[in-house]
Design a protein around this ligand. Structure first.
Ligand code: HPA
Ligand code: ZN
Length: 340
């Protein structure tokens, strides 16, 4: 028998050693059932589950909306600055074990302000968690505020105004929640204002929505990164354009599987994207809900798609190059990857 060129054990070791940047992570989606219960008790919030097992059993989704309904319900236990701090630090501690060196974190302010939690409470808690993670674990970060696309433009503008005093702690804006029926065009003016404020623009597009939504994200929102982007592959000209412009795609394999965007992890578009010259990356999206953190996502796709050593390194480099890190920091992480 011939020796495999790159054995499963070697693949596992390479992924474990890879310095990782996570570019698509909703901090509210890292709320593990254990912390959900703890916060519900701490804050006297009623939740419709009587055990951690019952919570996990409810995480059986057939599409994005199924998930979002449970995700927004889960958020209701987050009430105080301390809650947001604990949530953020728990995520950073967990991914420190996965070799994450840099995390770009999404949060959904409207998911909190809509239920009476002050924007400042959310920001103070998340930023103090991020700062402690940087100090104690050495994980650098950027913070990206997402607009909920099922809400209207006026609400997004009001959120942008609330963000103004926090511009020194905010790095970008994103667009998430129910995609179909809420095209990027709805937020063209909000994104123009956000860009004028110096915020980096990114948006979820092509997760469930058609290639036309991806085009709108590029042409109308001026996004510099694409979150998911799976359905862009249905349009050859669009795919070529994304490759030519060097846009990074933040792909989320377990999320795609759990939300039935794909039927099997082997159907992840990651390898096809790499083959077409797209700068795809591996991310976890909402790891507490989708059954795995970033390293689990890497391992699952690498095994299912039989990724080569060079492809795994490329995924790692894409994430560092697609990050908002300063050039010197990027160069330091890329050198560490080159040394593997
Ligand atoms: N898609 C849209 N909205 C979201 C997601 C997602 O994958 N996760 C959290 N909010
Ligand atoms: Zn997402």
């Amino acid at each position: 028998m011939t020796q495999p060129r790159f054995s499963p054990a070697e693949r596992r070791a390479l992924i474990d050693a890879l310095p990782k940047a996570e570019l698509h992570l909703h901090i509210e989606g890292s709320l593990e059932p254990e912390l959900l219960f703890e916060l519900a008790k701490r804050n006297g919030v009623e939740i419709p589950y009587d055990s951690v097992e019952a919570v996990r059993a409810a995480y059986d989704f057939s599409n994005l909306q199924d998930f979002l309904d449970i995700y927004y319900q889960g958020m209701s236990v987050l009430r105080t600055e301390r809650d947001f701090h604990d949530l953020t630090l728990a995520y950073l501690e967990r991914v420190h074990a996965d070799g994450v060196v840099h995390a770009e974190i999404f949060f959904d302010p409207q998911g909190h302000t809509e239920r009476g939690i002050a924007f400042d409470t959310v920001m103070k808690g998340i930023t103090s968690g991020l700062d402690e993670g940087q100090r104690r674990l050495g994980i650098s970060h950027r913070l990206i505020m997402c607009f909920l696309r099922h809400l209207d433009e006026e609400s997004a503008f009001a959120t942008l105004e609330q963000a103004r005093p926090w511009l020194d702690r905010l790095d970008g804006v994103g667009l998430d929640s129910s995609e179909v029926g809420h095209p990027p065009s709805k937020f063209e003016r909000v994104f123009a204002e956000a860009r004028a404020m110096g915020l980096f623009p990114t948006a979820h597009a092509g997760e469930e929505g058609p290639p036309a939504y991806v085009r709108e994200a590029l042409d109308l929102l001026g996004v510099k990164r694409l979150d998911h982007g799976n359905r862009a592959l249905e349009d050859a000209a669009l795919t070529e354009r994304i490759a030519r412009e060097g846009l990074v795609l933040t792909v989320c394999p377990f999320s795609n599987l759990k939300l039935c965007v794909i039927d099997d992890i082997a159907d992840s578009p990651l390898k096809t994207m790499l083959d077409k010259g797209l700068k795809a990356t591996v991310n976890s999206d909402d790891p507490a809900y989708f059954g795995g953190y970033i390293a689990d996502n890497y391992h699952a796709v690498a095994d299912a798609l039989d990724l080569s050593r060079e492809e795994i390194l490329q995924l790692g480099r894409n994430a560092i190059e697609g990050s908002l890190l300063a050039p010197a920091e990027r160069a330091r992480h890329l050198a560490a990857i080159d040394a593997l």
